[in-house]
Design a protein around this ligand. Sequence first.
Ligand SMILES: [Zn+2]
Length: 463
Amino acid sequence: MLSGPEGESAATMARYSRFRADFPAIGIANGQKRKAADLPGLWNLLGRVGTVREYRVGGEDLNYAWPMTRGVGGMEAKLNPYLCGEPGIEALTVGALGLSRFAQGEVRPATNGRAVHLTLDCRIQNLAERYLLPSGAGAVMVVEVGSMKVRASVTGESADYSPSAEEYRGFESEPGGALLDWPRFWRTPPGSTFKMVTITAALMSGKLTPDERFHCPGYCMVGGVRRKCSHIHGWVNAEEALAGSCNVFTYRAAQRVGGDMVHRWARTMGFGRELPTEAYAPDIARSGLMSASHWGETGLWNLCIGQGETNVTVAGLAMYICALRNRELRTLVYVEPVGLSESEQEALGPHRLGSVPIREDVWDVISSGMRRCTEEGTARSARVSGVDILAKTGTAEIGGKHKNGLLVALVPAQEPKYCIVCAAADSEFSGGKMFGRRLHEFVGALLDAKLLPSTPDIAREDR
Ligand SMILES: [Zn+2]
């Protein structure tokens, strides 16, 4: 995203603008332009520009219209102070016909807007739009795990018309609105992608051991109601329960550790918390987290498998999955530290929102479960030769036959570079069916483009 005067300088425009009404032949053109990459999935993140017609300098109304393009939404609005320059002024005394100039008064030179470099990588954005996005509404995000830099952010539904600033503000906040930046604002129950929270809580408490097995006959009784599992999993341990996404095991684990502890770990990983953003980062909607003073069976069931009132944005899911790996909840970074002062670079982040103290032995179980998820579990269609993937699928029940398909992943498994989160709204498929094959295509494309080291390469480096 670049800004700055193009064609006539702001100073020239300032010089002639005040004579505009007297000399219609003098054309005053808009001196500010902003360009955005032609990637439809990005439009709602980059935002919109609008026209501001009043313009005052030094408290004085200059009495002419200055059509200036300013950001009114998304990153354009957030970064407006950096992108906009300041027009200059040059006071002149001229003859009655405006042709001869007698004297020059105050001169204030114009300053250019600044160039801002976003962290978005057009190659990854392109691949994410091509391979990961379902045909309907949804959102995708690709984040670099350690630096928290957002490399791709996709809104699956976009509008192809230009609304006014007022309309834009309305659309932006309206749930499901055409201009909503889905990765940041649309929320979905996390479904089974939440199971890492429950199983982490149970393992960290010591009330569940990695080898312990619970029996899944394909259902379990919760508050007198028969609740279904996706399969008859038989006797499974934590790792196998994650790979096959067993609801029954997860519920038994939650019963062991209790709802309060699951809730506490969920907050540690960002659920239900205000996610502060800095000067350079756009807002992210706060997620909801089920809470209860007393956890009944039904409440605990919904909590532990990510159903019910818990809901989260795709951006929030990315922060959670990165936190599992980083052992720290960090803010997302949208701007590169190019051409910024030291204090400005400081403000970019990532900022630490709290540590996520998962023990190494617990991470081993969680990561093994997520690895087996792509090797033999619910995300096996994502498997790619040459690179191991940690993943978890989820299917959020949103009423009746409606569901949201979800998939979270870390690649490569040994030393995760990217966190990938995909979500499809109101899809007829589960997360695995919806996104397994898509993730396979996407990771293959990352490998082909040399954007990802393959597992054999990592093994060679280790040697
Ligand atoms: Zn099961």
